[in-house]
Design a protein around this ligand. Structure first.
Ligand code: FAD
Ligand code: SF4
Ligand code: SF4
Length: 459
């Protein structure tokens, strides 16, 4: 996949991966063996008919290619860019056993981008109005997918979103250089074109309770409020000025448009030395954003490089751009100056245990190995937890000890009648495609609940 040059990309937030040209896409599609029993499909959480859409690209019939993808995936331009495909469809491709697997995500992105470029998008058939109203809480991939499916099935849908702009992590978390916001906005416009209404700046659980939504005339509620609560290290000095959670940092960068500098003034002060704590996608996004805002960035991760949970492609991109890494180390305290600004991170070296039952090697601090790292800004990206605020005040909604919402795995109904949930609020921090898959299944659960068991038109 061609990429923007390093020199250009470190100075701007433009998309790094440029996408296949038509000739590259067709050449990649021609490598596909069109397997009779395609292992790649087993690896896709929504079961896209991968060989069929690839065959249409090979035949340069992009309208059919995208139609096949859309049978199962309503956000292909997004998934084609951010799906961890090396662990999913691509990871199962038979060609990967001896050589290079097919770059399925890049082909999916190509088909979706062609659809946009050529204006091929067709509006799906919408069932006659059912007279039923559904409230959707949260507008991330789970909420958007559930809302689109419910609207298609003839229900009136209103999405309530806490932030001023819909899209969830797609908008406020994943930076422009990995997922251009125009693409997310395009998807939101599409959901609107199905008749879905959006109410932004509404925090359900604070401004309105779930039970009040029923009093307002909604017949069912879907909760897709995600996993936006940051975890902290719980070490001394964490309240010093200049220490952000990755969520806060990325929200400021993405939603307050500091990626559009110099047109917009950035409200995040980044400069000098930046330490990013963590090794996942969120850490890579924070590190690469801070670098683009002028920081000299070092990532501190407690395991080794090969054990980093971030996508390989993003680690390579970060390294190319000049992000530095300290492996097998973890912070023990933050040190500040007399004005309360962070100045240094004290770290300790880590060793790794033998693999446990899950096969993971646990990091163990090594005695008397403390060292200091200079830092004017610190971004903590060690994980996020489910955000149970929407369910606040509703004792009937049962949650787990990890604060995820308990649902019936078949219907996605919570322990409160008529209230359904899916996405990160149910699974904990996961992926875009799994949140979408959950949102879609929950929409069918809601449809059955509203219309009775014997409903037609369910796929
Ligand atoms: P979210 O996307 O979190 O959306 C939840 C929405 O609900 C938000 O808009 C929130 O404001 C709103 N909300 C919350 N509480 C309330 C309330 N009380 N009232 C009203 N609205 C509320 N996954 C990948 O597959 N690939 C990646 O490359 C990838 N990179 C990531 C990078 C970052 C920085 C982050 C944070 C996550 C990343 N993920 C990635 C994970 C992925 O984005 C999530 O798994 C996915 O977005 C979950 O979707 P969701 O709809 O459940 O929740
Ligand atoms: Fe692969 Fe994700 Fe596309 Fe499925 S949605 S085919 S897993 S890139
Ligand atoms: Fe093509 Fe690989 Fe899927 Fe076989 S497993 S159909 S080669 S993408």
């Amino acid at each position: 996949m061609p990429k923007l040059s390093v020199e250009e990309r470190v100075r701007c937030f433009k998309e790094v991966a440029l996408g296949y040209s038509e000739e590259q896409a067709v050449a990649e599609a021609e490598r596909c063996l069109q397997c009779k029993v395609p292992r790649c499909v087993e690896g896709c959480p929504v079961g896209i008919d991968i060989p069929r859409f690839i065959r249409h690209i090979r035949e340069r019939n992009y309208e059919e290619a995208i139609r096949v993808i859309r049978e199962k995936n309503s956000l292909p331009a997004i998934c084609g860019r951010v799906c961890p495909q090396e662990d999913q469809c691509m990871g199962r491709c038979v060609l990967g056993l001896k050589g290079e697997p097919i770059n399925i995500g890049a082909l999916e992105r190509f088909a979706a981008d062609e659809e946009r470029r050529r204006g091929l998008r067709a509006k799906p058939e919408i069932a006659p109005p059912t007279g039923k109203r559904v409230a959707v809480v949260g507008s991330g991939p789970a909420g958007l997918t559930a809302a689109a499916e419910l609207a298609r099935l003839g229900h009136e849908v209103v999405i309530f979103e806490a932030l001023h702009e819909p899209g969830g992590v797609l908008m406020y978390g994943i930076p422009e250089f990995r997922l251009p916001k125009d693409i997310v906005r395009d998807e939101i416009e599409y959901v609107k074109s199905l008749g879905v209404k959006f109410e932004t700046n509404v925090i359900v659980g604070r401004v309105i309770k779930i039970s009040e939504l029923f009093e307002m005339g909604f017949n069912a509620v879907f909760i897709g409020s995600g996993a936006g609560l940051p975890d902290f290290l719980g070490i001394p000095g964490e309240n010093l000025v200049g220490i952000y959670s990755a969520n806060e940092f990325l929200i400021r960068v993405n939603l307050m448009k500091s990626y559009m500098f110099p047109e917009y003034d950035t409200p995040v002060k980044v400069g000098g030395k930046v330490a990013v704590i963590g090794g996942g996608n969120v850490a890579m996004d924070a590190a690469r954003s801070a670098l683009r805002l002028g920081g000299d960035v070092t990532v501190i991760y407690r395991r080794t490089e090969d054990l980093m949970p971030a996508r390989r492609e993003e680690i390579i991109n970060a390294k190319e751009e000049g992000v530095k890494f300290i492996f097998l180390a973890t912070p023990t305290r933050f040190l500040g100056d007399e004005k309360g600004f962070v100045r240094r991170v004290e770290c300790v070296r880590m060793g790794l245990s033998e693999p446990d039952e899950s096969g993971r090697r646990r990091p163990i601090p090594l005695k008397n190995t403390e060292f200091l790292v200079d830092a004017d800004t610190v971004i903590v990206a060690i994980g996020q937890r489910a955000n149970p605020l929407a369910a606040r005040g509703e004792d009937q909604i049962k949650i787990t000890q990890h604060e995820t919402i308990i649902v019936n795995p078949e219907t996605y109904e919570t322990t409160m009648k008529g209230v359904f949930a899916a996405g990160d609020i149910v699974t904990g921090n996961a992926t875009v495609i799994s949140a979408m898959a959950g949102g879609k299944k929950a929409a069918y659960g809601i449809h059955k609940y509203l219309m009775g068991e014997n409903v037609l038109g369910l796929r």
